[in-house]
Design a protein around this ligand. Sequence first.
Ligand code: PAF
Length: 284
Amino acid sequence: MLNIYHSIIDLNEYLDKARLAGKSIGFVPTMGALHAGHISLIEESSRQCDVTVCSIFVNPTQFNDPSDYTKYPRNIESDKIILENTGCSCLFVPDAKEIYPDESFKHITFDPGPIGMILDGAHRPGHFAGMAAVVKRLLDIVVPDKAFFGQKDYQQYLIVKMMTAYYQMPVEILKCPTVREKNGLAMSSRNQRLSPDEREQAAMIYKTLTWAAHEISAGNLSFETIEKQAMFDLMANGKYNVDYFDICSAETLEKLNFNKNNEPLAILTAVWIRDVRLIDNILV
Ligand code: PAF
């Protein structure tokens, strides 16, 4: 049965009972419009923990573009059905007053330093500050043993991991694989805003990432050449805008020109299909 809570007090009463009964708590924070990617996080949490809490809160402070916030898909009724069918124990759907009782709550945030200023940090000013503030607040409310994040938002995952280590929060942050549509497009709530044709076009994002990964392994082209060729292909004769296509250290996200130390790499990209911004990455 899916228990649904809107207030922190009611959620805590439920979670206190679970803890007293010796149950471990897994947490999947989301902004709703649930898809197979979220379901895989909830399933992983249910495998690893006795109780799984999913939160749905479309956090206004992490949208640098107000129209992206307005257009963000909201499907609360179908989300409840999905959670029920996935065997999620508990849904937390707070309103903004519950998360931000006053303005000061919006400003208390974690500054991750350089890793928050590059890639999405550079292209979406304020995004990671808003994201870190809400994730900290949600983790403080739920106090889970484990929290599950998708690899699609790899920079977000690294920042959350850094933040929880910095505050010595008693939670394990886990990264789960990106779930993809048949054509390779990474599952994202924003995909709902694409037409069927655009979804097909967007498949080129993953194709280009896998091409780049292959070229890195082959070692024939410089990173700069790979990035330039990838940007060129993704732009498709000026049809699409590409915010970045960067080959980086998987640990620090520092952009690399070559892999001197043979370290794990992450290739990350953000592409605009019309007015829909899609991100994806691949680890090499
Ligand atoms: O990845 C998301 O959906 C959001 O950034 C998160 C983690 C739920 C915080 O609002």
